[in-house]
Design a protein around this ligand. Structure first.
Ligand code: 2HG
Ligand code: ZN
Length: 463
């Protein structure tokens, strides 16, 4: 690895063995920071021969403890942070080849420089890396328009547990030649190998953007407004984010100096973003048409339309900071569920009522990507309650309740945050025996010694 390619000792390894929220703390004798795929391959081959477990790490922004080692102190962490080059941009093929350690904002900026769009958008874009985005099949705020990371990639390069290199970096939009193996590594959270590079899809840059912060009559009204927005705009809806009053209260309190976009307090709000290839005036007209129809149907209570870039950045800031505001406050029960969009309102009503029946003073921080059916349903400790106390009493029962309701609505217990260690055992209850069996068969086929990110994703026992 060269003189600066390895870290040892508790002080130097600390940032790589602790997640950014400081909830998952592990140990590692060694962090390696390779600069080439060849180096990753040699490290992996050595670890394989010596039965040393390996934990791959990108930007270490996982909420699920998926990117830090456990407390045994046996696993080597392989950080991809030094593999951070954009290798090629092809504006005829509309593709970009990047190394795994390029940050999401780096990839977006490189696309922008080439007058293209790389559309994945998540709050941690300055730190999270493409390899991690692929390994967790990251989602975010533009999924309803452009899909998850899985939809934005044409090929990947990954190093297998024994050091062999799998490469599919051809950049083809059509290639029906048997199993599409790249998908095995996407969403696998480093349990099957390490993603070292990828070919990403580039999209046309929109010419105009229109943003509104809208108070709605409730989740049901929000769903109706979404349907109207889709119908009226001809596919221009880029984001449709739901925000509950306690979520906005928290973020306003935490930011201190940012005003609420709307006068008064509203129980439910949505942040709508439209983008299109038409001019600004036409798109603003479309947004107004949507809002007027929302008002006429009494789905919309009030609305603030961004009249400048700084307005829309401010609206987005209020949305993006909700997660950090919770981390600072502490005592948040994170449920990242999805249900079919048609079931989302009834899910929110039912789950809220059941949580409040358990602990009436809970702050119902509910927000997220309503346009694709994904809600961050994050009950937060009452103001005067200690975070540890609250979590000790309610974390498990409330998670079980919320996940159970989502599952009953044909939903998922982890829509976009992955499984890591946080949801690993729950997975055993919600996947069918056939799914679990297949997951383990794939795991054993690719990682027969079970050295890759051990103890993550796959539940040990099935009940
Ligand atoms: C978001 O949408 C992220 O802000 C984080 O997915 C959600 O912290 C969370 O629960
Ligand atoms: Zn999210």
């Amino acid at each position: 690895m060269g003189p600066h390619g390895c870290l040892t000792g508790d002080a130097d390894t600390e940032p790589f063995v602790t997640d950014y929220r400081r909830i998952y703390r592990g140990k590692s004798p060694l962090v390696v920071m390779p600069t080439t795929t060849e180096q990753v391959s040699r490290v992996m081959a050595w670890c394989y021969d010596h039965n040393v477990p390996v934990v791959p790490q990108g930007g270490n922004t996982s909420l699920m403890g998926g990117a830090v080692p456990d407390g045994t102190g046996t696993a080597v962490v392989i950080s991809l942070k030094k593999m951070n080059r954009v290798l090629a941009i092809d504006t005829v093929n509309d593709t970009m080849i990047v190394e795994a350690g390029v940050t999401l904002s780096g990839a977006r900026a490189a696309a922008d420089d080439a007058r293209r769009l790389f559309p994945l958008r998540i709050g941690s874009e300055g730190s999270c890396q493409i390899g991690g985005n692929l390994s967790t099949n990251a989602g975010g705020t533009a999924v309803l328009r452009y899909g998850n990371m899985r939809d934005l990639v044409l090929g990947i390069e990954a190093v297998l547990p024994d050091g062999r290199i799998f490469s599919s970096l051809k950049g083809l939009r059509k290639d029906n030649t048997g199993y599409d193996l790249k998908h095995l590594f996407i969403g696998a959270e480093g349990t099957l190998g390490i993603v070292t590079g990828a070919v990403l899809k580039l999209m046309p840059q929109p010419r105009s953007t229109a943003v509104a912060f809208v108070a709605v009559d409730g989740p049901e009204a929000a769903v109706k407004l979404l349907g109207e927005a889709r119908a009226v705009s001809g596919g221009a809806v880029n984001a449709f984010e739901l925000i509950s009053a306690p979520a906005l209260d928290l973020v306003l309190e935490y930011l201190g100096d940012v005003p609420s976009p709307l006068p008064g307090r509203h129980d439910w709000m949505v942040l709508i973003e439209l983008t299109s290839g038409t001019d600004e005036a036409t798109l603003s007209g479309t947004l107004m048409e949507i809002l007027e129809s929302g008002l006429a149907n009494e789905w919309v209570v009030d609305a603030a339309v961004a009249s400048s870039l700084s307005d829309s950045q401010q609206f987005w800031r209020l949305r993006e900071e909700i997660s950090d505001a919770q981390t600072r406050t502490g005592g948040s029960i994170k449920c990242d569920i999805s249900v079919p969009v048609s079931r989302i309102a009834q899910f929110i009503d039912k789950a809220s009522a059941e949580v409040l029946a358990l602990e009436p003073a809970t702050r119902m921080v509910i927000y997220g990507h309503m346009g694709d059916g994904n809600v961050h349903f994050n009950p937060l400790r009452p103001k005067d309650r200690d975070a540890k106390d609250f979590l000790a009493q309610w974390y498990q029962p409330v998670s079980d309740l919320v996940d159970g309701l989502a599952h009953a609505e044909n939903g998922s217990i982890s829509a976009e945050h992955g499984i890591g260690v946080a949801k690993r055992d729950d997975l055993g209850r919600y996947k069918s025996p056939v799914e679990l069996e297949l997951m383990w068969q794939i795991k054993r086929a690719l990682d027969p010694k079970e050295l890759m990110n051990p103890g993550r994703v796959l539940p040990q026992s099935v009940d």
